[in-house]
Ligand binder design. Structure first.
Ligand SMILES: Cc1cc2nc3c(=O)[nH]c(=O)nc-3n(C[C@H](O)[C@H](O)[C@H](O)COP(=O)(O)OP(=O)(O)OC[C@H]3O[C@@H](n4cnc5c(N)ncnc54)[C@H](O)[C@@H]3O)c2cc1C
Length: 492
């Protein structure tokens, strides 16, 4: 199956797909339409939602008996096809969502895989603990976060989430439950984290949380006039910051190429917050239901929709950038939830992208090559008439997970709107961008990918890593029971 097929599958195609589901004795009443988070690809799967490990084992057995494959899905927040398994069994793990053990003294938590980041921080914050790594939405599950080894706005400081997972239980395709940590089944530990759900299913994950002394962060926002300034800000502030994230106006060109805003945040030291008991309470962290106290958040995406074209987004970006410049740097205190989960302020914002949805492209480039490569990428998107609508810039560090996207470098996450008219042009553009990334010794990230090819994947991961991963797959899942659209597209 070619990568483009994933992006080009339309809703209209998928109703036809119901009748094409391979003949099996799987009951038809579990058939559901499943979308990538970005809604640019859809498929039909037999979806099951177990609540226990025994229930999971039964589904593995069902797959064997019916000649089906099993895909694993957490919150379904991967932009592409990592959590999709068209025409086969897809296990949605969100009902396995109990916190199994919590020690407020040590900050060690053990969770079922369907526990969301929202559940987790809401459970631990009043005891003075925050997840060491969080994604831009709190709807992700701990199983999905481990499955793709997610990173946060502090990735260069603390690495990906896998660096904080101390152990996990993995249900293998055989039905055997195996415990893994850094000393015990270490190969599997380092491959299943980031192993996109094809080596086994996490049934419990143990993680060390981060102590905090306030529900607030000290946040500073300022604008940067171009890409060079963006890079120098990051390099100068890395040591003194806990979090930094950049927003880039991908429409700006010439001497303003790469202009945007940077947001830096630091934890408050012990004693700096006079009312920590209040600020760490849930009601203090609650994201408001209305914007400006008037407009319900649930309908904001409708107001965004008319601007989701090149002209509209150019105008919005220019206004946002100029607003950021007005009055210079801004400093203030913000609740953790408000700083981290900005995207959750506007529920369903992806619907503003329209029927075709969006894809994200997030290359990671070593720091020596990043500025030139990102400049080339931004320019090429503009030349092709496909500037991306949301661009987020982060700093990373290397880690020791087999299928890692981490490196001593930068990433730039770019959202492309997909329409019937631009679909194939966007896919061709991503192939041109792949060349720039590979030439700069860069990497890609399965959580965001929809368009990579097998050859590109092998080139960036390297032959050693790919072969080692395939060997582990053969050892722990010789019959290829665990699969996904992404696995078939890039590995099988
Ligand atoms: C608005 C938004 C912001 C985001 N921000 C960030 C960010 O800041 N940083 C970042 O790194 N990513 C980010 N992402 C991507 C997202 O965090 C990842 O795709 C994450 O893996 C999604 O978690 P999920 O629970 O939704 O998992 P899913 O998308 O459902 O699944 C992810 C992968 O994990 C596997 N999996 C799921 N459960 C299990 C299990 N129990 N055992 C084994 N494998 C399993 C699946 O097969 C799949 O391959 C963002 C996504 C969105 C939509």
């Amino acid at each position: 199956m070619k990568s483009n097929d994933r992006v080009t599958t339309s809703k209209a195609d998928s109703s036809a797909a119901v009748s094409q589901v391979s003949p099996s004795i799987l009951p038809a009443n579990n058939l559901e339409l499943v979308e990538s988070w970005g809604r640019a690809s859809q498929g039909i799967s037999h979806v099951y939602r177990p609540t226990t490990v025994d229930g999971l084992k039964d589904l593995f057995q069902l797959a064997r008996e019916t000649g089906s494959h099993v895909g694993l899905r957490g919150g379904g927040n991967s932009y592409g096809d990592a959590a999709m398994n068209d025409e086969h069994i897809l296990i949605d793990l969100r009902r396995m969502n109990r916190i199994l053990a919590w020690d407020p003294k040590s900050g060690v938590v053990t969770m079922e895989p369907g526990v969301t980041l929202a559940q987790l921080w809401q459970y631990t914050l009043e005891d003075g603990w925050w997840p060491p790594v969080v994604t831009g939405t709190m709807a992700t599950t701990i199983g999905g976060c481990a499955g793709l080894n997610v990173h946060g706005k502090n990735a260069w400081q603390v690495g990906p989430i896998g660096d904080h997972i101390t152990s996990f239980e993995l249900l293998l395709a055989s039905g055997e439950l195996i415990s893994c940590d850094r000393g015990n089944n270490s190969d599997l530990f380092h491959a299943a984290i980031g192993g996109f759900g094809v080596l086994g299913c996490f049934t419990s994950v143990t993680m060390q949380m981060k102590p905090v002394y306030s529900g607030l962060l000290e946040v500073q926002t300022e604008s940067r006039a171009n890409l060079a300034e963006m890079f120098s800000y990051f390099e100068e502030n890395l040591e003194s910051s806990d979090y930094i994230v950049g927003w880039i106006d991908a429409f700006a060109s010439g001497t303003s190429l790469g202009r945007g805003d940077v947001h830096k945040a630091n934890y408050l030291p012990q004693g700096a917050d006079p009312y920590p008991n209040q600020t760490m309470r849930l009601d203090y962290q609650h994201l408001p239901d209305t914007i400006l106290g008037l407009v319900p958040k649930s309908i904001i995406w409708m107001f965004m929709r008319p601007f989701m074209n090149n002209l509209g987004t150019r105008m919005v970006n220019t206004a946002k950038y100029n607003a950021g410049r007005l009055g210079g740097p801004k400093v203030g205190r913000q609740p953790h939830a408000a700083f981290h989960f900005l995207l959750d302020y506007v529920p369903n914002w992806k619907q503003a992208y329209g029927r075709g949805g969006l894809i994200q492209y997030q290359p990671f480039i070593p720091k020596e090559n990043a500025q030139d490569a990102f400049a080339d990428i931004l320019k090429l998107c503009q030349q092709r008439g496909l500037p991306n609508y949301l661009t987020v810039f982060k700093r990373h560090r290397p880690d020791d997970f087999l299928m890692t996207h981490g490196m001593d470098g930068y990433s730039m996450a770019m959202d492309f709107r997909i329409t019937d008219r631009n679909r194939s042009r966007v896919v061709s553009l991503t192939q041109e961008l792949d060349e720039i990334v590979l030439a700069a010794k860069g990497r890609f990230y399965f959580a965001k990918d929809s368009t990579l090819h097998r050859e590109t994947t092998e080139l960036y991961l390297g032959q050693d890593a790919t072969e080692k991963f395939r060997a582990l797959k053969k050892q722990y899942d010789p019959d290829n029971l665990l699969q996904s659209n992404l696995w078939r597209r890039l590995f099988s």
